[in-house]
Design a protein around this ligand. Structure first.
Ligand code: AHR
Length: 632
């Protein structure tokens, strides 16, 4: 292929070509990015996931039970754990231990913990980490009791283990002297332990997961879902105002992916995450449609429209506004920036009663009109897109979620070329999910991102980026997966309790490869940017004015490499840097979870142009590459 990159005629693109999307799926919030080590820390429950003592067990014969005390810790946390001295506990240390999210990472670093206790106790508590497999204790700390008979008293501690645990099979224990207990038992709630977090945020993110996400140099964060925003039924959407403030005021809720969520990773934590990674927040607001298909009528929606306005005011309103004041009272007087709001998730106007003109007078327009009247600078995004047979009236944008077979991405490279400027679109979720062959959703998702799927995603990313004046940005989804329990296998990052084992899927490499070399101004090429038989490309100008050409080669019929001739029409180009990702030769190769990368190989070399300014190189059958013009 003989490609000439033109110097004129392109478009300025979005400022946020790549970003992140997060919802609590695959234990990606609780048990994942949210760094809390204690599972079921506050005995939260719902009709769907009743309160229980799951993940707690007794130490030295203590009798554990759930109590709903007449004076609970808070109305949000009505249940607590009663720990009673029994005949079997003699006068020794009794207490309880927590098994964490399939263990916990214990190392010589500073852990910060706290718990609430109610009851008459003189003496001290001991907090410790130990192996679940051996008798090894890695570290412990004594905490002097301030406990009172009729009052919930919070205790805080710092615990620095003396040695690293060899693996993640560890537990946390809290014990006390049974002889010091008057009244036979103590009540506990909100028992929490955090390791060091990303950028040192209190109640923050797990470093081993946050760092590789940050390394993709994302520009936006879409949250809190996905399906998680919608909630399992009409009574349980994600309610922003129940996810803010002290943890004891957060009731949690039944998530949509098979578990109760604590909402410790709440609205403020999402915004801090955005702040810490310099991300443009894309806030999803609930639009009256639940995942099970239940929906609110037009008449019932009014309070939810107001709720969305309140949430926006909480985020960016002045301190003089009621919600801005609330934000300030939580320690954040400074408003956060918010310029993008998405109405619902994958709404597709499902369930719209036939008697309404759904476009003109129902869910989406009700929210969109109210928000843009009050906040005309906010870009409203509808949760379906023009690719879902929806008309999204300008200036509103749509959201497109292609979960595809690799061949689909190959065939749809030109999909966005015909988008009009009135059809701005976010790609709020994308990935190769199913093997080629047309089984689609009738079959299983592929067990892991795999090389041919990751290269196809590369084609898709180029297709989106070269239309970046109308594509607001693109993000892979879901991003992360706890290997102990998951419902969605295709994710960029896998992990378990042992933070030393966090692993990166093949798609992480292709995503990061392109996301860290963003184009902010497209440049046309001849032949027209795009595919020949197997080679796809797109050209543009990067952040520092450098010319960039991105390539993906998806040759499934021949192992012969594709020769490329590349030149620039206005440059006396002499030198360029060619960086390339290749696989093992096996299109189905994938990185094993919790193991180092074995599939993706990155190589880099300097290309020198011939006297006519022509660069020549070859693209292997399944590969992605970037050429950056360096020397003139
Ligand atoms: O990313 C997994 C799910 O796929 C999201 O929750 C939903 O938006 C989409 O259908």
């Amino acid at each position: 292929v003989d490609i000439v990159v033109k110097s004129k005629g392109g478009n300025k693109t979005t400022h946020m070509p790549y970003g992140l999307m997060h919802e609590d799926i695959n234990y990606s919030g609780d048990g994942g990015l949210y760094a809390e080590l204690i599972r079921n820390r506050a005995f939260q429950g719902s009709d769907m996931y009743p309160v229980s003592l799951a993940h707690w067990s007794s130490v030295n014969g203590a009798v554990l039970s759930i109590k709903n005390l007449s004076e609970p810790l808070s109305s949000a946390l009505p249940s607590s754990m009663n720990v009673a001295v029994s005949k079997n506990s003699s006068s020794g240390d009794i207490g309880f231990l927590n098994a964490g999210y399939w263990g916990m990472d214990v190392r010589r670093q500073k852990y910060k913990g706290s718990f609430y206790v109610k009851g008459d106790y003189k003496g001290s508590f001991t907090a410790s980490f130990q192996s679940a497999l051996t008798n090894d204790t890695f570290g412990s700390v004594e905490i002097k009791s301030k406990a009172k008979k009729d009052e919930w008293v919070q205790h805080s501690f710092t615990l620095i283990p003396k040695k690293d645990a060899p693996n993640g099979n560890n537990t946390f224990a809290l014990t006390f002297k049974s002889s010091g207990v008057k009244g036979g038992s103590l009540d506990f709630n909100l028992i929490s332990v955090f390791p060091p977090t990303y950028k040192g945020r209190e109640n923050g993110l797990r470093i081993d997961i946050a760092e590789p996400l940050a390394a993709t140099q994302p520009r936006f964060l879409r949250f809190p879902g996905g399906n998680a925003l919608e909630g399992p039924d009409i009574n349980n959407p994600w309610k922003w105002n129940e996810t803010i403030g002290p943890l004891k005021n957060r009731p949690g809720r039944p998530g949509v992916w098979g578990y109760q969520t604590s909402d410790g990773l709440g609205l403020v934590e999402y915004l801090q995450w955005a702040e810490d990674m310099n991300l443009e927040p894309i806030l999803g607001v609930w639009a009256g449609l639940a995942l099970n298909g239940e929906f609110l009528t037009k008449e019932e929606l009014g309070p939810w429209v107001q709720d969305a306005l309140d949430e926006i005011e909480f985020i960016r309103g002045p301190v003089s506004s009621p919600m801005g004041k609330l934000r300030a009272s939580l320690g954040h007087p400074k408003p956060w920036p918010l310029r993008y709001v998405e109405i619902g998730n994958e709404d597709w106007l499902a369930g719209a009663p036939a008697s309404y003109d759904a476009y003109k007078e129902y869910r989406f327009p009700m929210f969109a009109e109210a928000i843009s009247t009050k906040y005309p600078d906010i870009q409203i995004i509808a949760s379906p897109s023009v690719y879902d047979n929806m008309t999204i009236p300008a200036p509103y944008a749509g959201d497109y979620h292609p979960y595809r077979e690799p061949d689909n991405f190959y065939n749809e490279f030109h999909k966005f070329d015909s988008l009009t400027k009135d059809n701005k679109t976010l790609v709020g979720e994308f990935s190769s999910t199913h093997a080629n062959g047309g089984i689609k959703w009738a079959g299983q998702l592929h067990p892991f991102p795999w090389w041919i799927g990751s290269v196809a995603e590369g084609i898709f990313m180029i297709g989106a980026e070269r239309n970046g004046d109308r594509i607001l940005g693109s993000t892979y989804a879901p991003m992360i997966r706890n290997m102990n329990s998951w419902s969605w296998s295709i994710c960029m990052i896998e992990y378990e309790a042992d933070a030393r084992k966090t692993s990166l899927a093949t798609s992480y490499y292709t995503f990061k490869f392109f996301s860290t070399r963003p184009i902010f101004q497209t440049l046309p090429t001849t032949p027209d940017e795009g595919n020949t038989t197997s080679l796809f490309w797109g050209a543009g100008v990067g952040e520092d004015g450098e010319k960039i050409v991105k390539f993906a080669n998806y040759n499934t019929t021949s192992s012969a490499p594709t020769p490329v001739k590349l030149s620039f029409d206005d440059e006396d180009a002499k030198e360029a840097k060619l960086t390339m990702l290749t696989g093992t030769g096996d299109p189905y190769a994938y990185n094993e979870p919790l193991k180092p990368n074995r599939v993706v190989k990155e190589t880099s070399r300097t290309l020198r142009a011939n006297r006519k300014g022509l660069f020549e190189f070859e693209m292997p059958e399944l590969s992605v590459a970037v050429v950056e013009l360096t020397g003139r």
